[in-house]
Structure formats: C-alpha cells, structure tokens
Ligand binder design. Structure first.
Ligand code: HAM
Length: 498
C-alpha cells in the first residue's frame, strides 16, 4: 500500500498497485473530498467515481450477475500531458535546439532520478515550490517526492563526489519536473525544464555566459529582442538594505521569498508571513520602494557607487555588451525570484508583449551546497520550461510543422507472395540509411498511396510481380509524382543519389 500526500491540501489518497494492473481503491468519499477541496483539480475519473469498481474489476465474476462495463477515464491526470507522435516530434525538436545550444557552449548532459528524497526540498523559507511537492511515503517508509526542480538534485550529485569533480563544471539537463500548481496558460503540473548550470566560478563571467546561451537559443528559434527580454537584478541589493536596517543575515532568504510574493499579492495578504519573519511593515516598505527602481543609475544613487551590488550589476551588463546581447537585457530591481537559495545575480526571461508568464529564470546560488552540509562552492544556472516557449513560438508562428513522420520510403508488396521480397527491399533501404515504413499486411495500392501521403513520406517502393521478375522495384517519387524502376541490387546506389 502506498500513501500519496498532497502537502498543499493535506489530504490523503490511498492507491493500491497490484502486480498485473493498477487499481484506484480510494473510497468515493476520499476522492470527492479531494475534488471538493479544489486540490483534486475538479475532475475525478470514472473509475474513482464508481463505488463498486473493485468488485467489478476483480478476477472471477462469472457467477455474479453481469455488471455494466466500467469505462476507463482516458484523460491523463490533470495538469499532465500525453505526447502523441506529433507532439512528441515537437518535444524532440525543442530538446534538440536546447541540446545543440548547450553543446555549443561546451556543457555536458547529466540526469538524476525523478524520484528524490523529500528532505532535498525541505527548505523553510516559505517558497511556493516546496508547498507544491508531489510527496509520499514509499513502501519502505521513506519520505520521497517527485522532483519539482533540478537544482537540488544537481547539488546532491556534486556533493556526492566530495570535491572530486574538476571545476569549473558546466552541465545541462532536461528533466521532467512535477509541481502541484494552480493551472494557468504555460503552467502545468509537469513540465520539462532545460537546466544549464556552471559550478566553481564566482564571478559574473558565469552569469553572463548563461545569459548568452539563453539568447543564442532564442535567436536559433527565430525570436528577437523585440519578442523577448531578460530582466536582471542582484539579490545583493536586498542584502545591502537589510544590513543597513540591522536585519540579521539568517532572514535574508525568507525575506527575498516574501518580497517576490509582493509582486503578485498585496502586502496585507502576507501580513502573517511578515509577522512570522519578525519584519515590520516599514522594512518591507523600504525594500519595495528600492525594488521599484529600474535603472542602474537610480540604484547607484540609493546604494552608492562603491556598493558591491551596484558593482556586480554594472559588471554583468558590461559583459553582456561584450557578448553583443545588451538589447535583450533590462535591469529591473523588482526581479527577486521565488526560490530561497539565490544569493547574487538573478534573471528572468519574459515575453515583451506581457501576455505570457516567465519564460525562463535563474541566478547565482553560492550557498546551496553549504545548506546541504557541503563545502562552499559558487554556482549559477537557469531553468527554462517547455510550456511557455511553445506557446510563444505558436503565437509568433515560429514553429515548424510536425505533421510529417520523418519516413523516407513506404515499402509494400502488391501480393502476399511478394512479401518476402519486400523485406529484402526494406532491409536494403534501411541499411543504406533510409527511414522505412514497411506495410505489414495486404493492402490496396490506393490505401498505401493515401497512407504514404498522410505520413509525409517522400517515396513509395512498390514490389509488383512484373518488376520482381526483372529483379526490380518501382519507386514512386511522391513529391514529383514520377516513377522509376530501380534494380533491387542497386538500391544502395539509388539512395546515395537522393
Ligand atoms: P523556476 O523559476 O522555478 O526555477 O523555474 C524555471 C522555469 O521553469 C520557469 O521560468 C518556467 O519556464 C518553468 N516552469 C516552472 N514551473 C513550471 C510549471 N508549473 N509549468 C510549466 N513550466 C514551469 C527553477 O526551477 C530553478 N531550479 C532554475 C535554476 C537552475 N536555477 C539555477 N539553476
């Protein structure tokens, strides 16, 4: 028996996994309580709704009166996606763009399990992400969670090597992340997130390299600095103000998380959080006053020219000029980011039209390893989700078509006696590097042509009695509507000419 705990709503749903199939055995009242709480997402599967589902689906029902069939709910769980081949092609295309940019910047790919120990995410700064955990206790009584982000896993992996990894380290990954989110356009309960991280470089050179990689991706997919901007700031601005006001350093992370919330909710709504933190309104008002500033000159006027925060921001912007990406970069002191571990530079890519939510975000997190008990190691990186960027590319009409299957040639035998010959033809074409869709059952030529067109194949190789007797195959070029006879023994040569 496995217990799932949705921490946000504090309800428990029991799910039993039998060896041959999975059955939801949560009682109706449990699941409807979930739905009523709003936490279940408002959609309950037919299987869960049916109180007698266990009896109906149990092994021997021959002696019982016939029950109406229980139809399985074919929707994936709310907030998650199926990837039918066309959508999968889009996903692969996007990942290919990410991988190619990462390779261009000399980053190496890594991965980690989607299931992590829950302790990896128990940070106490009041972050949304830790309240959105998909967490449960496994059969061995271990508190585990589906990863909501990759950064803690990366830190764990770096720490596991006990300083044995050659620094600087430039790694990337495309993990699927899980968050029990309120669904909006571009925000769902699972998403893939391109992560690019640099460990072991304390200077803004690393942050600027990351920003440049992000811009390279945007340009690669056809976006310009008129479509997308990247707001940059440094959390050191908040740090300096807190020091000036005599607020102890241990309140830094939680204050940043709270200030980030202020972007979305009025001050009164988080009065409780404020009191818990021991910050009075005047501190928050002073912070918000500074954070509405959006020019480097203005922040310099407040903090002074010698301020490390100002120096850091200036250096970052100057490095961005060096990369020629200054058109994309906007200094904005209101960007704080909602994750507790950032310590310095923070940044967020946004849609200039202001329609979509944040496209990507990241920053410097020099103290994360220390919070895990490791040695201090500077680090910076970003996470870039798949959902918002696809929406943006759709809006700007920048997505290629993913209708075509990628098949080069459809091969089919006109009668069953020739089926073995079609295997030979398909094997030869495949050996020559073609992607071949072999027709596995007897079909009419008309059906095959329609099928070949539907999947966007370039050729159709037809094995008919006459051609076969001559050791040939008829190859139809579907784009040019031309047909030629090619010797089966010379198929490799034919492929090399295409
Ligand atoms: P984050 O801002 O929480 O940062 O997420 C980064 C990006 O992931 C977002 O800008 C968005 O594109 C995408 N994203 C996040 N949540 C969702 C969601 N529910 N649905 C769809 N997309 C989503 C982090 O996760 C940091 N760990 C990033 C990082 C890496 N910082 C340093 N290294």
């Amino acid at each position: 028996m496995l217990f799932l705990t949705l921490s946000q709503i504090g309800k428990r749903t029991a799910v039993a996994f039998s060896s041959n199939n999975m059955r939801v055995v949560a009682s109706y009242s449990q699941s409807s309580a979930l739905a009523a709480s709003g936490g279940g997402g408002g959609r309950v599967s037919n299987a869960v709704q049916d109180k007698d589902v266990l009896a109906k689906t149990s092994a021997d029902t021959s002696s019982q009166p016939k029950q109406p069939k229980v139809k399985m709910d074919t929707n994936p769980p709310k907030g998650t996606r199926d990837f039918y081949p066309e959508e999968m092609r889009l996903r692969t295309w996007l990942f290919d763009q990410w991988r190619s940019v990462a390779a261009g910047y000399g980053f190496s790919e890594y991965d980690a399990p989607v299931l992590e120990s829950e302790a990896l995410y128990t940070r106490k700064a009041g972050e949304e992400v830790t309240q959105q955990l998909y967490n449960f206790v496994d059969k061995g009584d271990r508190a585990v969670a589906l990863r909501p982000e990759m950064t803690p896993s990366l830190a764990r992996m770096v720490m596991a090597k006990k300083g044995g990894l050659p620094l600087p380290l430039k790694w990337f990954s495309i993990p699927q992340c899980w968050r029990y989110e309120r669904m909006t356009r571009g925000r769902r309960r699972e998403h893939f997130q391109w992560n690019m991280d640099v460990w072991g470089v304390a200077g803004e050179e690393a942050d600027a390299e990351l920003l440049s990689a992000m811009v390279t991706f945007f340009k690669k997919v056809g976006l310009t600095s008129e479509d997308v901007g990247i707001k940059v700031n440094s959390r050191m601005v908040i740090g300096e103000i807190l020091t000036e006001l005599g607020i102890p350093e241990e309140k830094f992370a939680a204050t940043c998380v709270l200030v980030d919330k202020l972007e979305k909710v009025p001050l009164d709504a988080i009065q409780g959080d404020l009191e818990e933190l021991g910050l009075d309104r005047s501190v928050v008002e002073r912070l918000t006053g500074v954070l509405t500033v959006n020019s480097v000159e203005a922040i310099q006027e407040i903090l002074g020219e010698e301020s490390p925060a100002v120096q850091q921001i200036k250096k970052l912007i100057s490095l961005c000029e060096g990369y020629g990406i200054e058109d994309w970069i906007i200094f904005d002191a209101s960007v704080v980011r909602g994750l507790a571990y950032y310590t310095g530079v923070v940044f967020e890519a946004f849609d200039r039209k202001g329609v979509l939510r944040a496209i990507a975000g990241g920053g410097r997190y020099d103290k994360l390893l220390e919070t895990f008990g490791g040695d201090p190691t500077p680090a910076a990186g970003f996470g870039f989700g798949d959902a918002v960027i696809v929406e943006l590319l759709k809006d700007r009409d920048l997505l290629p078509s993913f209708e075509a299957s990628g098949v080069d040639t459809v091969v089919f035998a006109m009668n069953e006696d020739l089926y073995k010959a079609s295997l030979d033809v398909a094997s030869k074409l495949r050996a020559a590097g073609q992607k071949v869709d072999l027709i596995l059952e007897p079909k009419k030529t008309k059906w095959v042509m329609k099928h070949a067109n539907r999947i966007g194949a370039k050729y159709c190789a037809i094995i008919g009695s006459q051609e076969f007797e001559n050791g040939e195959v008829a190859i139809k070029n579907l784009e040019a509507s031309e047909q030629e006879s090619v010797k089966i023994a010379e198929l490799e040569e034919w492929v090399s000419k295409q």
